[in-house]
Design a protein around this ligand. Structure first.
Ligand code: GDP
Ligand code: MG
Length: 342
């Protein structure tokens, strides 16, 4: 499961957001509260189309995709400690929560992440230069680490540059923070009118591929207590779209290069996650390894077509289901029925 680390300064609303997204009830605190252990929880990805198809199919069970959220201890103004950094290096993507002075906070955090990476890269470079004197095979790694170190020394995040596969391999055990996808989450008060301005200003200071979302953690927390339909109505009424979780997860999937596909039927309708570009057998393997091993073919239709047709069987009768082979690249929002034999 993909892990999204929630970070930010004390009182930015990290734990409030964590609770809203996971439905858990970790302690929030109106002061610089620091715990050593992070809060860890699983969020189910809200998915309107999955709910719709489950109703149409009369599915006994509905299973959303999930994402693991890790609410890290507050980021201290005095800098970031080793233990905290280790936790950060462990997640696939970062959600940075900003509240008071979002632009100033973002710039400060960008700089801290860059400095933290630079420390690690500079040390690694020193070690590697010595090793490379005895082992010529390490010359490529030395060059890549040296170049990265220079980029970081210039105050730039590594994700601003293109890196070869070789360089990425050399970076791997350093788990650079500034190479991870970042989702900037501006936490605003319920009645703000500044959302669009804030979003636009933040966009101009963060790397272009980063995602910026504006949410109200407090509202999300309240919304999380409501039934799905009322929640959707509340957020739509406030111009907040489908709410933070759906927006954040979609952005995270996109920046991690992930897509969802579905399996549907009376027993269960379910959303699955696979990397973008995966071929049908790899996607089948997410469901069960037998389906990948014994893959024969996939029956495929888009979930919108299946919903519009009134279900899988109706879609089939309407000729909306195609048959695809082993080399089919799965698209986001495909419904798959795998035919296999083991
Ligand atoms: N009014 C308001 N209060 C908030 C908001 N987000 C968080 N808070 C409050 O700020 C305090 C700190 O929140 P918390 O989630 O513990 O922050 P953390 O230190 O980043 O984990 C709590 O008292 C929250 O109820 C918000 O969007 N609006
Ligand atoms: Mg907290």
């Amino acid at each position: 499961m993909e892990r999204l680390g929630i970070v930010g300064f004390p009182n930015s609303g990290k734990t409030t957001l964590f609770n809203a997204l996971t439905g858990l009830n970790a302690a929030t605190a109106p002061h610089a509260y620091t715990t050593v252990e992070p809060n860890i929880g699983v969020a189910r990805v809200p998915d309107v189309r999955l709910e719709q198809i489950a109703v149409i199919e009369g599915s006994a069970k509905v299973t959303q995709a999930t994402i693991e959220l890790i609410d890290l201890p507050a980021w201290s103004r005095a800098g970031i400690g080793g233990q905290f950094l280790g936790r950060l290096r462990d997640v696939e993507a970062l959600a940075v929560v900003l509240r008071e002075d979002p632009l100033g906070q973002a710039e400060e955090l960008l700089l801290e992440l860059t400095v933290a990476d630079h420390d690690v890269f500079a040390k690694k470079h020193e070690r590697l230069v010595k090793e490379a004197a005895a082992d010529k095979a390490k010359a490529g790694a030395v060059a890549a680490i040296a170049e990265a170190s220079e980029v970081l020394a210039g105050g730039e995040a590594l994700r601003l540059r293109e890196w070869s596969d070789g360089a990425r391999t050399a970076f791997r055990d350093l788990a650079p923070l500034t190479l991870k996808p970042v989702l900037w989450v501006i936490n605003v008060d319920e009645e703000t009118t500044e959302a669009e301005n804030l979003r636009a200003s933040l966009r101009s200071v963060v790397p272009p591929q980063d995602v910026v979302v504006v949410i109200s953690a407090k509202l999300e927390e309240e919304g999380a207590q409501l039934p799905e339909a009322e929640r959707a109505e509340l957020f739509a009424g406030l111009g907040l779209g489908e709410g933070a979780l759906a927006t954040m997860v979609r952005a995270t999937y996109q920046s991690l290069g992930l897509i969802s596909f579905y399996t549907v039927g009376p027993k269960e309708s379910r959303a699955w996650t696979v990397r973008a570009g995966a071929l049908a057998p790899e996607a089948a393997g997410k469901i069960h390894s037998d389906l990948e091993r014994g893959f024969i073919r996939a029956e495929v239709a888009s979930i919108d077509d299946v919903i519009a047709a009134g279900g899988w069987d109706a879609a089939k009768r309407a000729g909306l289901v195609r048959v695809e082979g082993k080399s089919y690249e799965v698209a986001g929002a495909d419904v798959l029925l795998i035919r296999f034999s083991v």
